[in-house]
Design a binder for this molecule. Structure first.
Ligand code: CA
Length: 509
């Protein structure tokens, strides 16, 4: 990679098979603190556990030339129906619509959970709610976890993360550098992700002042900064394939975007100003997190999505300028359903249509997300694909594309399934599976730290079951005839219902 190696927990390069731990000590510092020894031990453990997988890569050279760059782009709280490619929205997203038209538009793709952190941990580790160590928004990566970035790094990829991280509990132990990324720039904590014009960001563990946003100024929009960094990173790439996670923190509240993107929507909608904390009375139950007033929340939210779309267009341009667009897999998705915070109004925009619910629901509105995969080298003709799959499948899929056999990486512990066979002009179906989600909803404030209720959901084929609380009945829906999950069929199909009840009882995490 072109960025200098970080002196701390940089993932090790692939090592020859048969060697396990000599590398770390040979290149170690002359002044070893207890902490640095602990870090080296961690690195040794990582290498030991991945060594077998690395060894298998040595023989995978013939496929090297075909391995794609991967640009994984994720929006934050973007609903299924908030971009043009997925339905009927007044929000303009021409660049995303173009990717969908020429790529695969997955219509039955699901996030890892209905809120940020468990959805992202599921994505990073390839686990659904059955294997997650915590299904609430408190969950953080552990230093023992193997991430997508670890896997791709050891496959020889350059790895980078830009934008919102929010799943590391301790800088230096579970930050992006420790979890497989060569470099990162963005927001570390979930609360930092609430600011669209942040006063500071992080670069490889160092806090960076954003002077343009100090003293009441709003000169540097976070999503634009993440885009600029990604484009610069792409422009500097040379030999290795790269894996970039671009984790936008929009259209999550707070609602704010540069004027050029809001302007086309002014006077388009009837507006009810959001007053935040400015009147002395909180404007909604989460106003503490979003204290600033927003005069035109609907135009602003639409502008936020159109801004993201414009940034995606810039990224595509950058890939084309560099001549690598053909063999770059671009993924675009969202981490969970739409929110109603800080002036957000998912009902007005029909943001989750045709699905029921929103963020914090396990009805499809909370978890059923847009999922566009664009890869000209493999997908020449655009199409829709109706295979149900989830974030837990992303890690095994990318491992497949990178030529890594996960069976030789015991600590990966994924229970996802590769969907790589779908990414072709002649797709092969994957076996039908039961997908599972679980959400530990915190009592009161969404970050109270106290689990109040446990929701569960599962899907197999057209059947979806939902249980809103461990002492609540399990509802059963036929998504083919009832995507809005309105008609409970548990009485009509007791055998299927009982199977889901048993699944919920057995798998409560
Ligand atoms: Ca989110």
């Amino acid at each position: 990679m072109n960025s200098p190696p970080h002196p701390r927990l940089k993932p090790l390069p692939p090592i020859p098979s048969g060697r396990i731990c000599g590398v770390a000590s040979a290149s170690g510092s002359l002044q070893l603190s207890v902490a640095s020894i602990a870090r080296m031990m961690l690195v040794c453990l990582t290498v030991a556990c991945l060594a077998m997988g690395v060894a298998s890569l040595d023989a995978a050279d013939p496929a090297e030339a075909a391995r794609p760059n991967i640009l994984f782009i994720m929006a934050d709280d973007l609903g299924f129906n908030q971009i043009g490619a997925y339905g009927d929205t007044p929000i303009k997203t021409p660049n995303l619509d173009r990717l969908a038209k020429h790529g695969i538009r997955f219509t039955q793709a699901y996030a890892g959970n209905t809120v940020c952190s468990p959805s992202r941990v599921s994505l990073m580790t390839g686990r659904d709610g059955r294997l997650m160590h915590d299904n609430s928004n408190k969950v953080q990566l552990r230093d023992i976890d193997v991430t997508i970035a670890h896997v791709l790094k050891h496959a020889g990829y350059d790895t980078a993360l830009f934008g919102k991280y929010s799943i590391g509990s301790q800088m230096g132990v579970t930050d992006p550098l420790a979890m497989g990324f060569d470099t990162w720039f963005g927001m570390y904590s979930i609360l930092e992700g609430h600011r669209q014009y942040p006063h500071f960001l992080w670069r490889d563990g160092t806090k960076i002042r954003i002077a343009e946003n100090e003293a009441g100024k709003k000169g540097a929009y976070a999503q634009q900064l993440f885009t600029d960094e990604t484009i610069h990173y792409i422009s500097q790439q040379r030999d290795n394939p790269f894996f970039v996670m671009l984790m936008y923190s929009s259209p999550h509240a707070e609602l704010a975007a540069p004027e050029q993107y809001i302007k086309p929507y002014r006077d388009q909608f009837t507006e009810t100003p959001y007053t935040g904390m400015t009147t002395g009375e909180p404007a909604d139950r989460y106003a503490w997190y979003y204290p600033e007033a927003v005069d035109e929340p609907r135009a602003t939210l639409a502008g936020m999505v159109t801004a993201l779309d414009a940034y995606v267009g810039r990224l595509v341009d950058a890939l084309e300028r560099k001549g690598i667009a053909d063999n770059t897999l671009i993924v675009f998705t969202s981490d969970n359903g739409p929110h109603d915070e800080g002036g957000g109004d998912p009902q007005f925009f029909k943001a989750a249509a045709p699905y029921k619910g929103m963020k914090r629901d396990l009805f499809d509105g909370g978890i059923h997300v847009p999922m566009i995969l664009h890869w000209p080298a493999k997908i020449g003709n655009g199409r829709a694909d109706h295979t149900p799959w989830t974030f837990a499948d992303v890690l095994p899929t990318f491992a497949d594309l990178a030529g890594v056999s996960l069976s030789t990486v015991p600590r990966a512990k994924t229970n996802g399934h590769s969907i790589a066979s779908l990414l072709s002009e002649t797709p092969r179906m994957i076996p039908e599976r039961t997908l599972y989600w679980e959400f530990g909803k915190q009592a009161g404030d969404p970050n109270s730290g106290i689990i109040g209720e446990v929701f569960q959901a599962a899907r197999r084929g057209k059947w979806k079951a939902v249980r809103y609380g461990l002492d609540q009945p399990t509802q059963l829906f036929d998504l083919d005839s009832d995507p809005g999950e309105e008609v409970d069929l548990s009485q009509q199909h007791p055998e299927i219902h009982n199977e889901f009840v048993s699944l919920f009882d057995e798998n409560r995490n």
